[in-house]
Design a protein around this ligand. Structure first.
Ligand code: CP
Ligand code: NVA
Length: 296
């Protein structure tokens, strides 16, 4: 693996398979790996809120024998209190590895360029690689990878972009239905080639899919666009009526947090087909594998 985990694009399929093998091992005996990252310190620099990413990284680090320091918004103040490069250089003298969650993807790249410690993308406006890797790990656990099709309904955002890269690397096809103007990033679409196909109707997208995935219509940082987005995404809700058109054993995925009643109904999110809690748990196991590989 490279020094940093910025994008799934930078990983080979065999590196992803190795990560998954390690994650499965770590998942089996969660509390018996304290020697792996003993005396290592993780820094979490978060400019947006988080439940899963923060807690799974902190717990993961502790289970691997290391410790963590959380630096929320209003603490480092990248680019405001000090230049991104100064903060990156200084933090990497103290810390062994850094997770950065921020808005602009370029800020993450700049930070990683100046950090001598490995940097993990904890989500930017463009990508969410830890999510995409955990999602495909979860699909592999639940369904295997052979001949699998994922339907993605809704906003072609950070989560969708990373899911596309992960599916591309692992041989999964993705059927997408997004409102016009809310498709995934153009460069990502180009790079994943025939991994993705686009559908005008959500009904056509979910037909024959093994997994149906959705994410919020209003991501963190887009709150001012909420009213406009609610209108644009009308008809893109994952609800019981849509689920009826899919295969009986289709599973429902969502990165969480969900905006219940917007992109997904309570009925679907609370249904037996939803695997979102297992999906969230797997963030822990996959990220532990990422930490071990980067610090090896
Ligand atoms: N899915 C995810 O990254 O959740 P958080 O924003 O709570 O970390
Ligand atoms: N697309 C969402 C994902 C949250 C984990 C956001 O960026 O807010």
């Amino acid at each position: 693996m490279k020094k940093d985990l910025i994008s799934i694009k930078d990983l080979t399929s065999s590196e992803i398979n190795e990560l998954f093998e390690l994650a499965s091992k770590l998942k089996l005996n969660r509390k018996t790996h304290e020697a792996l990252l003993k005396n290592k310190t993780l820094g979490l620099v978060f400019e947006k809120p988080s439940n899963r990413t923060r807690v799974s990284f902190e717990v993961g680090m502790s289970e691997l024998g290391g410790s963590s320091i959380y630096l929320g918004s209003g603490e480092i103040e990248l680019g405001k209190r000090e230049a991104v490069k100064d903060a990156a250089k200084v933090l990497s003298r103290y810390l062994d590895v850094i997770v950065l969650r921020t808005f602009s993807h370029n800020r993450l790249i700049e930070f990683a360029e100046h950090s001598t410690a490995p940097v993990i993308n904890g989500l930017t406006d463009l990508l969410h690689p830890c999510q995409g890797l955990s999602d495909v790990f979860t699909i592999k656990e639940k369904k295997g990878l052979k001949g699998i099709t994922v339907a993605f309904i809704g906003d072609g955002n950070n989560v969708a972009n990373s899911l596309l890269y992960a599916c591309n690397k692992m041989g999964i096809k993705v059927k997408m239905a997004c409102p016009s103007g809310y498709e995934p990033d153009k460069a990502v679409i180009k790079e994943v080639g025939d991994t993705v196909s686009f559908f005008n109707s959500v009904e056509d997208a979910v037909k024959d899919a093994d997994v149906i995935y959705t994410d919020v219509w209003t991501s963190m940082g887009k709150e001012k666009e909420r009213e406009k987005r609610l209108k644009a995404f009308n008809g893109f809700q994952l609800n019981a009526k849509l689920l009826k058109l899919a295969k009986k054993d289709t599973v429902i995925m969502h990165c969480l947090p969900a905006h219940r009643g917007e992109e997904i109904t309570d009925e679907v999110l609370d249904s037996k087909q939803a695997i979102v809690i297992d999906q969230a748990e797997n963030r822990l196991h996959v990220q532990k594998a990422i930490l071990v590989k980067l610090l090896k």
